[in-house]
Design a protein around this ligand. Sequence first.
Ligand code: HEM
Length: 412
Amino acid sequence: AIGRQQLAFIKELYGTRLRISYHAYVRREPAALLHLEPGRQDPYPIYRRIRERGVLAPTPLGNYVTASHAACDEVLRSRSFGVGQDGRDAQLSLLDLDPPDHTRLRRLVAPDFTSRKIPAFGPRVQAVVDDLIRTVPRDQPFDLVSSLAAPLPIAVITDLLGIPDANAEEFAMHGTRFGSALGGIQSIAHARELAATRARLAEIFTEIFELRRQHPQDDLIGRIVAANENSPEAVRPEEMVPLCTLLLIAGFETTVNLIGNTVLALLSHPDQWRLFTEQPELAEQVVEEGLRYDPPVQRTGRVAMSDTEVLGRPVAKGQFVMTALGGANRDPAAFDDPDRFDINRSNANEHLSFSGGIHYCVGAPLARLEAAIALRAIATEFPDLREAGKRVRRPGSLIRGIQEFPVLVPAA
Ligand code: HEM
């Protein structure tokens, strides 16, 4: 049963003055379902319906949605598309910027995240994972998310940014709260809490900037501060807090869900789980198939900056194309038997879960490293892991993940 509130939500979303029933509307516009409960529970059949409507499915407002791998890939890589936001909004950073501002800031942080630099974090990641694994109770249920999946990326990104230990705990709390906004604002009280959180995070970052100015240090924040001191044109003062905030929540709210979603896929496919526990060295492959099968970031989108084409179909300047990354990953034109979870799939890494083109996830090597180490440890240490209670999905459908995941490790 669809309530008045949900209908109002769709109207707001699409800016349409609807005079038809919800059901008639969804028949005409399946992509709307992505934003509602069916999209949160299981978006994959919806992507199939969108694909059935064509490579570029038109929306009532004159935009497009695509769940085609080839079309998503082309849109994300095309120079004719951009994010089309006003870069002068001080709250925005990389994700919401077009060149040249995007290029300038990306150049500043990208060197810290390359696949050449990131493996050096392996021992640190392993140490955090070992610690977490040690504290997990045997023979009684625990929450996989709060005990393992969430604390790992928090510890790692806090380290990488160079957050002083004294701030680490408060930082983790605010970061988690702020990241929850990615699932959508739940209420006015939630919106107020987020504003306060954002303000407090900005305060902490500003204090750390000051600290680094007085005592330069070779960590990511230290380098951002130094770049600003050398040339205010490399990174403007007002860009520094949004950039650090983005790095923080992008690292918090995605990797946790990659670990959770992949463990769920493994436990739901006992043959794949058994295979993995017997060959934990498959961890990297498991991560790629986990990313493909149930990605933490389900969609993004771009605006045509000029009249252009996607796979030969015309798109006019100003039209928006929603790229359903989770749908692209299940496109039968790109993956054989795409709804099957197969950790031996040879081309799993062709997924679009980290997007593509200039906004390709800067944290991809780090996310892959963290997830591989965590999953390998789980498979090695807990081969008898099983579900032990009711799972709770996180709110919203843009970020897909499990919020509470009760599991049990039987005593040996
Ligand atoms: C961008 C996914 C982990 C930092 C993106 C985008 C996606 C994504 C889809 C691009 C969105 C778009 O094209 O509009 C993921 C997933 C992760 C993950 C699925 C984990 C499994 C991380 C980590 C970090 C990070 C660990 C680092 C701290 C960023 C940043 C951007 C980004 C800074 C913006 C890049 C730009 O606009 O140039 N991520 N991410 N991500 N990600 Fe990640």
